[in-house]
Write a protein that binds this ligand. Structure first.
Ligand SMILES: Cc1ncc(COP(=O)(O)O)c(C=O)c1O
Length: 507
């Protein structure tokens, strides 16, 4: 099978990204059809005079995202994607919207999520604080240098207002970053810089309120998003999540909905939404004249495999509002994030941001723009990715050593993973309480910034934020946890089967 690619060695985009993007589009356009094989990597490399490794990396990424699949030793074959889904992403269909969103009424201020499980200053000594990054990982030296340089320049920028949508150089840097790492092709005017992801969620909610008759949210979900939705006077439909992401077969057939999803690392379960679910979700949004909030809060940290294309990168129907944050990659204290809105909403979004807060601080935005455009951001994230990967590996191997075959999910990316406790174990909340008394912070979903709309799911899931803990502390904590759970299981009334899930390693 011959592939017609146009590769440009002088482009800012790497050759592997060019191959990935172009083959992906050939599949989505239906020009490469289900069952067709990709050419051998060696042949493609020779034909385009690139290294074989470049082609292998691009093909691995296509396989990781579900566009192609291996069949024995015969190579990679295009997966079956329903023709309707292909139509949706290949031919731009403008939204059905006829009236612009009604400007938000001056009403209740929306709530903000504190994001600190357990809250307060009284933190456990070894704390698997969900979503917290390593304080020592903050790029203090470079940041100080950039800020000092900015402060030694002229004071005009500090004295003046800047564009409410954000500093142009920061928005440009964000657009480049999204193009390189998330397969998103966006213009700077689509980007609105916000005070973190939470502010971006609020911005999108305010922007779409007038269009929205129904709210949908993955369940369980991020508490910060549920708080925003719950403060709206609209019906909420929680949609269950399974091992492929949100259950698109459970989406309501209601027009003008707004749905919140975390496709790259579902919060809290950590599941990655499969390609077929992504396409089904986009199709549903087109069919019901609905919009999607894609919260991509932590996918800078993907440990096993290439970066994932955002749902927004697949969206040709202008249905997806993408939410990003620098809270995980640089520092939550900066309070910087952004929303990427479909082009037709960019001016409305800018005006809304002006109305809400009239933009973010010039100093932080300018420092971040330099940090990204001078290449520090990429280096910094690469370094942290290595650090967090070792911490994650230490946690997984300690859990495997101490507890027989623990069911762990969400470990491929982000700053946390979850452990589904086996049947017969004490509840996650009971373990959390005991562990806390022993100086170890592990979190049941309800304390880890997650929310369950049904409230009926078994309390059998513990969340571990591992990024801020050195490996020796992780090992010490798991050792303690094993002792605590052993003691709890011995005290529990018979018959209990959880003893079987505990290893004897700590005795
Ligand atoms: C799922 C999810 N979305 C969004 C955020 C937003 O974070 P911030 O407002 O700090 O950018 C967080 C923070 O932990 C999160 O876990």
């Amino acid at each position: 099978m011959e592939l017609a690619l146009t590769l440009d060695a002088r482009s800012d985009k790497s050759l592997q990204a060019q191959i990935f993007d172009q083959v992906r589009l050939l599949i989505l356009d239906g020009r490469l059809q289900a069952g067709m094989s990709l050419p051998p990597t060696r042949l493609l490399a020779e034909r385009y005079q690139v290294s074989r490794n470049t082609v292998i990396i691009a093909f691995d990424r296509l396989a990781a995202e579900g566009y192609v699949e291996p069949r024995g030793t015969s190579g990679l074959f295009v997966t079956a994607i329903p023709p309707d889904d292909l139509l949706l992403v290949s031919s731009p269909r403008p939204p059905l919207r006829t009236n612009g969103p009604v400007p938000p009424e001056a009403g209740e201020p929306l709530l903000c999520f504190a994001g600190s499980p357990g809250g307060g200053e009284d933190r456990p000594t070894i704390d698997f604080w969900v979503g917290r990054q390593a304080a020592s990982g903050f790029p203090l030296r470079v940041w100080r240098r950039i800020v000092t340089k900015l402060l030694s320049g002229e004071s005009q920028y500090l004295a003046d207002y800047c564009d409410p949508a954000g500093l142009p150089q920061l928005r440009r840097a964000i657009a480049d970053h999204l193009g390189r790492t998330r397969g998103m092709h966006v213009t700077t005017d689509q980007i609105i810089v916000t005070a973190g992801g939470q502010d971006a969620l609020n911005l999108v909610m305010n922007l779409l309120r007038g269009h929205t008759e129904n709210l949908c949210i993955e369940n369980p979900c991020y508490a910060g998003a549920s708080m925003i939705f719950q403060s709206e006077n609209l019906p909420i439909e929680p949609v269950p999540v399974d091992s492929e992401g949100i259950r698109t077969d459970c989406l309501p057939n209601k027009p003008r909905s707004l749905i919140y999803v975390t496709p790259s690392h579902q919060y809290p379960t950590g599941v990655v939404m499969t390609l077929s679910r992504r396409l089904a979700l986009l199709r549903w949004a087109g069919d019901t004249d609905s919009y999607i909030m894609e919260d991509d809060y932590d996918s800078d940290f993907r440990y096993d495999g290439p970066p994932l294309t955002a749902l927004s990168g697949l969206d040709r129907g202008r249905r997806v509002f993408y939410i990003g944050t620098f809270s995980k990659s640089v520092g939550a204290g900066l309070r910087l994030g952004f929303a990427v809105v479909p082009q037709i909403f960019s001016e409305e979004a800018r005006l809304l941001k002006a109305k809400m807060s009239n933009g973010q601080s010039w100093l932080e935005q300018c420092a971040l723009a330099e940090f990204v455009s001078d290449g520090h951001f990429d280096r910094h994230v690469r370094k942290l990715r290595q650090l967090y990967k070792s911490r994650r590996d230490a946690l997984i191997s300690a859990l495997r050593k101490k507890f027989r075959e623990p069911v762990i999910t969400g470990q491929d990316s982000g700053l946390h993973l979850v452990w589904r406790l086996p049947k017969g174990m004490p509840s996650a909340l009971a373990i959390q309480t005991k562990a806390r008394a022993a100086g170890v912070g592990v979190y049941a979903l309800s304390s880890g910034g997650a929310f369950d709309f049904d409230g009926t799911a078994p309390d059998d899931t513990l969340m571990f934020g591992y990024a801020s803990l050195p490996e020796n502390k992780i090992l010490e904590a798991v050792e303690k946890l094993n002792g605590i759970m052993r003691e709890m299981s011995l005290k529990a009334p018979a018959p209990r089967s959880h003893e079987s899930a505990l290893e004897n390693g700590s005795r």
